[in-house]
Write a protein that binds this ligand. Structure first.
Ligand code: SAH
Length: 343
């Protein structure tokens, strides 16, 4: 919005024009001549100076089990990303992508297997929400940045996106209804804290000591677990927000009593919530979820130790609705969306 205002003033138009354009863009209008409250000369000037990117629905999968809808969106350069809309009793949540691919290399994650192609622009991140609202005819009330990509590896565009999506003249979703998930890029967590946006920070922890975490999450070789938790403490002091820890429970890898104990010691004194996710097996993957009984047992142990732990509900289980699996299938079958690699 600020950037738009600067541009509008620079071409000698009054500032309120920026707001009008901003509103049209968020209503899904993608042509300047459809912005009917702008003068014809301004429409022509915009057409000459500017360009509006737009996502195309490439495929749409509707779960037969629940109301989950998964989208493959095609970007203008042909790349493919995934977005998921989930219906809860309190409204619609959307899980959005922040990059095409990912360079973090987590062993259990499909999205990273072919590396990073490129980061999304703020507009491409936002358009996922606009297109889903339009397609389903609903208003999205919650956002999780847990789709493809590492949001903090695309820091500036993610901040622009967050400010736009929160703008009352745009989609107007409160920061408290937005979660951002990271594998633990410490300098960026520190930078994010400085913005003091009351979003929920989710940390993909998945292991309770350096040895194990470095095996399954290469980022831990650079930023160790104690440093990560320190960054979380600092983040909490600065923002006052409870932190959410994602823990993909993997059979025989991180589901033992010692792990529960280590987790409790690690999170001591932090205002936090632990979200247990039965690991979702990927193609050629060696990781399997523990039995339901063992996951429940792990949760109970954590609760007895005083941690606030819940098990993530599984939605859209029949449509590969997670972690880059659909994009992967599309690229394998149809050879799309994996161009322009940069590792
Ligand atoms: N890069 C960010 C956000 C994207 S992944 C991050 O790492 O947090 C969103 C969440 O899904 C992360 O917690 C990630 O670790 C988890 N995830 C990825 N693959 C998974 C799988 N196969 N099973 C369960 N969780 C997985």
């Amino acid at each position: 919005m600020e950037e738009l205002s600067t541009y509008i003033l620079s071409i000698g138009e009054p500032k309120f024009r920026a707001k009008q354009i901003f509103k049209w863009l968020h209503r899904g209008v993608r042509r300047f001549d459809e912005m009917t409250d702008l003068s014809k000369p301004l429409q022509a000037k915009l057409d000459n100076d500017a360009y509006i990117t737009t996502l195309k629905i490439f495929k749409r999968f509707k779960s037969q089990l629940d109301d989950t809808v998964k989208y493959l969106f095609q970007l203008e350069d042909g790349n493919i990303i995934e977005t998921v809309a989930m219906s809860y009793h309190h409204g619609y949540s959307i899980c959005i992508s922040s990059q095409v691919g990912c360079r973090m290399g987590c062993a259990f994650c499909q999205s990273t297997k072919n590396g990073l192609v490129r980061s999304l622009t703020a507009g491409e991140i936002l358009d996922q929400i606009i297109k889903v609202q339009e397609d389903l005819g609903v208003r999205i009330s919650n956002i999780v940045m847990m789709g493809i990509g590492e949001p903090l590896d695309n820091f500036d565009e993610v901040i622009r996106f967050l400010k736009n999506v929160n703008n009352p003249d745009g989609i107007n979703i409160g920061y408290r209804h937005i979660s951002l998930s990271t594998c633990g890029l410490i300098p960026q967590i520190d930078r994010l804290a400085e913005y003091e946006l009351p979003i929920t920070l989710s940390i993909s922890l998945h292991a309770t000591n350096d040895e194990k975490r470095s095996q399954i999450m290469p980022i831990n070789r650079k930023y160790h677990i104690d440093q990560l938790i320190d960054a979380c403490r600092k983040y909490q002091e600065q923002t006052g927000r409870r932190i959410s820890f994602e823990y993909a429970v993997i059979d025989g890898v991180n589901d033992r009593y010692e792990n529960a104990k280590e987790l409790k010691d690690l999170l001591k004194g932090l205002l936090c919530h632990v979200n247990l996710i039965p690991v979702n097996p990927i193609e050629d993957g060696v990781f399997r979820p523990p039995s339901r009984k063992n996951i429940l047992g792990f949760q109970e142990t954590l609760i007895k130790m005083g941690l606030n732990a819940t098990i993530r509900r599984t939605l859209g289980g029949d449509i590969s609705a997670s972690c880059g699996q659909l994009r992967h299938q599309a690229s394998e079958k149809e050879g799309i969306g994996l161009e322009n690699h940069q590792q």
